[in-house]
Design a protein around this ligand. Structure first.
Ligand code: B12
Ligand code: SF4
Length: 497
């Protein structure tokens, strides 16, 4: 069969700092291709709707799959589905991905027949079976399937993540993927899942708190096949198990692979496994994203982060000592007042690290979705991108956005200060010489994208599709939140806590 896979366009945040290849969709493409199907991928993060329309008419797909990792992309995905059905009513249209797995029935209903099915959970095991069923019948037996007729069997989980290999060769604009000055940049996955259970996060509920590791040989072979000089490691928390990080490092050393790396991890993991991070700096580890979330104990408790402010500050010292550039994430509580924003600005200016702010947002699939007592002020999917306030703000909304953007701008200016500007010019010169302009564009776009008037105006757009209302749930049995309900491997979680 001919399968066309689509990734929707980039959200606000990605217009500035980063744009990365859709690795999950590439893996789904790999699985479908391994099963003998002809596959094309259109990534709207890096190309326009015209290319999608052109590919749709010339390729004439039997099936169209849209990736919905992000809630904010749901209205766009429904529009794509409607357009596809208008052009070819016989094309089978389906959605899959992280976020849509938690609201599958609602999105199906909202599409009013434009979407034939939603696949919940991991796409690799399901999509070959789905395509066979579209051809031969038996749709209701596909694992993870939800159709207007109801749910089929529960989603199936891959036993290991070594295969299928992502179909990177299908991406037509690879040079457009970047993260900060790592331009161009590819992505890779060493592990899948997270054994922690932070209340604002759905990574653990999606995978039922399980945790799987790629074999070092497969990770090494995949890295060797990557053309780009820079690689983003997509793992939720990198190097939880130090022996795994060391084994992959040994494989890369053996193969003499050296690239520049960006990864995400937790403060306690960095403190506990310092040697493995140190070894990776010799392989090219340059940047690290630390989800600190809050600078005080109260905030950390609220998000059930299970680290202390002291851990966080010690982790920053370790990263500085290792020469790793750190980006810190802090969660902005809509309850913040002007004084709180001022304190955060003070903090951000006092530390040498890059500070990112994301607005606390209850998402389906997270615990706070069910327990957050403040009422949602909007159910417009497009605002659920952690850059907008969707619960009541203490400050008037316009003042909240003014403070938020002011804080982001102060932080941004800090990084474009003299020392950084000189560094940036050096990087910029090198990138431009290689024809890479993503990083350069980013430097000049900040004020256009981060703009309080624009953020406020986003709340006034007419709303066609709304998120379902949260059901208040006493979280006694947390497995009720899981997409993949395989019993959680408690040993992993216990060993890492
Ligand atoms: C890497 C990552 C990113 C990267 C890359 C994004 C990209 N282009 O793909 C970057 C850093 C750019 C990023 C940015 C953001 N991210 Co992000 N990201 C992740 C992360 C950590 C891993 C995703 C990944 O690559 N996993 C590995 C691949 C193999 O898995 P996968 O993509 O999930 O795909 C599998 C399934 O979902 C499914 N699938 C996927 N697509 C499809 C399509 C079909 C048709 C089918 C059937 C199945 C299917 O099958 C795949 C294989 O099993 C996840 C957390 C997580 N654990 O999932 C958060 C996560 C998806 N991100 C999140 C958020 C909030 C964001 C931002 C909005 C953050 C911000 N500050 O603004 C931005 C917006 C990005 C955008 N679209 O513009 C949230 C989503 C929340 C939500 N409910 O909407 C998550 C869940 C993190 C969290 N715990 O809250 N992100
Ligand atoms: S450690 Fe990170 S990925 Fe894991 S549950 Fe907490 S926020 Fe989510």
């Amino acid at each position: 069969m001919r399968l066309l896979l689509v990734h929707p366009s980039a959200l606000m945040y990605s217009e500035i700092f980063l744009r990365l290849e859709p690795l999950g969709l590439e893996r789904v493409a790999g699985a479908a291709r391994d099963a003998g199907h002809e596959v094309r991928v259109v990534d709207l993060q890096v190309t326009g709707e015209k290319e999608l329309a052109r590919t749709f008419s010339s390729f004439r797909p039997d099936a169209l799959g849209v990736s919905l990792n992000y809630l904010a992309n749901i209205p766009e995905a429904i529009a794509i589905a409607r357009a596809a059905k208008r052009t070819d009513p016989g094309c089978f249209v389906f959605f899959g991905g992280h976020s849509v797995s938690f609201v599958a029935e609602d999105v199906l209903a909202q599409s009013e027949g434009a979407v034939d099915a939603v696949v919940r959970g991991e796409g690799e095991p399901a999509v070959p079976l789905l395509l066979a069923a579209v051809r031969d019948g038996g749709l209701e037996t596909v694992p993870g399937i939800v159709t207007p007729a109801g749910r089929g069997p529960g989603p199936r989980m891959l036993h290991g993540i070594d295969s299928p290999v992502p179909a990177r060769d299908l991406m037509r604009h690879r040079r457009k993927y970047f993260i900060g000055e790592l331009d161009p940049c590819a992505s890779i996955e060493f592990t899948r899942g997270c054994p922690w259970d932070c209340s604002f996060c759905s990574a653990w509920t999606f995978y039922g708190r399980s945790y799987r590791k790629a074999s070092p040989e497969a990770a090494g072979a995949e890295m060797a096949s990557i053309q780009e000089p820079n690689v983003f490691i997509v793992d939720d928390v990198a190097f939880i198990r130090p022996e795994h990080g060391h084994a992959i490092a040994a494989e890369l050393e053996r193969r003499r692979i050296r690239k520049q790396y960006y990864l995400e991890t937790r403060s306690d993991v960095l403190l506990r496994n310092e040697e493995v991070f140190q070894r990776w700096t010799r392989l090219g580890l340059q940047y690290m994203f630390l989800g600190m979330e809050a600078i005080d104990a109260e905030g950390l408790d609220l998000y059930r982060k299970r680290v202390t402010p002291d851990d966080n500050f010690r982790a920053l010292e370790v990263a500085r000592r290792l020469g790793i550039n750190v980006a810190i994430n802090l969660i902005v509580d809509p309850a913040w007042d002007e004084e709180r924003f001022r304190l955060v600005r003070e903090f951000a200016l006092a530390v040498p690290e890059i500070v990112h702010l994301t607005v606390m947002t209850p998402y389906p699939g997270t615990e706070i979705w069910h327990t957050e007592s403040r009422k949602l002020t909007t159910r417009d999917y497009r605002l659920f991108d952690i850059q907008h306030a969707v619960v009541p703000t203490t400050l008037p909304l316009d003042v909240f956005y003014r403070e938020l953007v002011r804080t982001q701008a102060v932080i941004n200016r800090k990084h474009l200060g003299l020392r950084t500007a000189l560094g940036a010019l050096r990087v910029l010169g090198g990138n431009l010489a290689r024809g890479q302009t993503n990083f350069a564009r980013m430097l000049w776009k900040f004020n256009r994208v981060y703009n309080p008037a624009r953020q406020l105006a986003d709340h006034r757009r007419p709303v066609r599709y709304e998120l379902p209302l949260p059901q208040h749930l006493e979280i006694g049995n947390r497995q009720e939140l899981y997409v993949h309900s395989r019993p959680a491997p408690r040993r992993e979680a216990e060993q890492t806590e």
